[in-house]
Design a protein around this ligand. Structure first.
Ligand SMILES: Nc1ncnc2c1ncn2[C@@H]1O[C@H](COP(=O)(O)OP(=O)(O)OP(=O)(O)O)[C@@H](O)[C@H]1O
Ligand SMILES: [Mg+2]
Length: 236
């Protein structure tokens, strides 16, 4: 095997460019340093995003969803994009019948916001969170768990309203909504309850805050799951 000697020019040295360590040849030009700096920053951001993405606990089914799946002229998609860009109201409330793509669209927006802001984000299904909190009573982790979700820099709360409302669950949702309302923290909610049913079930204090702080978006249409599982080969 031929061995190529490493020339002096190929030997890289560390430079500190605006607080970032950049490896470049000894006689690197200003442009070369700039370009290597941009590359290093892009790599640092990509690595941070990968880490945050893993920590958010997005279910596998929705991890792969992208904007390409949606019609960019759809008002719900426009609202989701606006939220993802950090423009407009802090909350995005996606409401509509079963299987209309709320979780999918919300997750795409959540991922985009995570990538843009590179802040920790949590993806939680509301009922699963309730069970986790309940278990926290036994383990003494209740407060810590609730605070962690209430203060998460970015939060996706899926399927609020699927759980049967009890006074304690209403209180948990109120704490989450109120804290995030007070602090203007970016949050997505999805539910298949209508707005009046949501207000009746979860209480006017929550609904009132959502009216102010949330972009209330209705997702209409047929159940996409039924369409996907529908007729195949004309045998059914
Ligand atoms: N734009 C889309 N293109 C193709 N498939 C989609 C699209 N949006 C959603 N789906 C698929 O449709 C199904 C239902 O989507 P999703 O789970 O997001 O709906 P949902 O409104 O959250 O339903 P539910 O109210 O039951 O929670 C899923 O299998 C999802 O992968
Ligand atoms: Mg859903």
């Amino acid at each position: 095997m031929a061995i190529t000697a490493i020339s002096k020019r190929d030997r890289l040295e560390p430079y500190l460019v605006r607080g970032v360590v950049v490896m470049a040849p000894r006689d690197a030009s200003q442009e070369e340093l700039e370009s290597r700096y941009r590359q290093a920053v892009a790599e640092i951001k990509a690595e941070r995003f990968r880490k945050l993405f893993g920590q958010a606990r997005i279910p596998r089914k929705f991890e792969v969803a992208t904007w390409e799946m949606f019609d960019e002229n759809d008002p719900a998609v426009k609202a989701a994009r606006k939220w993802a860009e950090g423009a407009g109201k802090p909350f995005l409330f996606l409401q509509g019948p079963v299987g209309t793509g709320k979780t999918t669209l919300g997750t795409v927006a959540f991922k985009e916001r995570l990538q843009r802001e590179l802040k920790p984000g949590l993806w939680r299904e509301f009922m699963a969170l309730i069970l986790e909190l309940q278990a926290g009573f036994q383990t003494g982790q209740y407060e810590r768990l609730l605070e962690g979700v209430a203060d998460a820099p970015i939060l996706f709360l899926d399927d609020v309203g699927m759980a049967k409302a009890t006074p304690w669950r209403q209180e948990v949702l109120f704490v989450l909504v109120n804290r995030r309302y007070n602090d203007g923290l970016p949050t997505i909610f999805t539910t298949n309850l209508t707005l009046p049913a949501f207000a009746r079930t979860w209480g006017e204090p929550i609904m009132s805050r959502l009216h102010e702080a949330a972009e209330l978006v209705h997702m209409a249409g047929k159940d996409l799951r039924r369409q996907m599982g529908g007729r195949r080969g004309g045998s059914r």
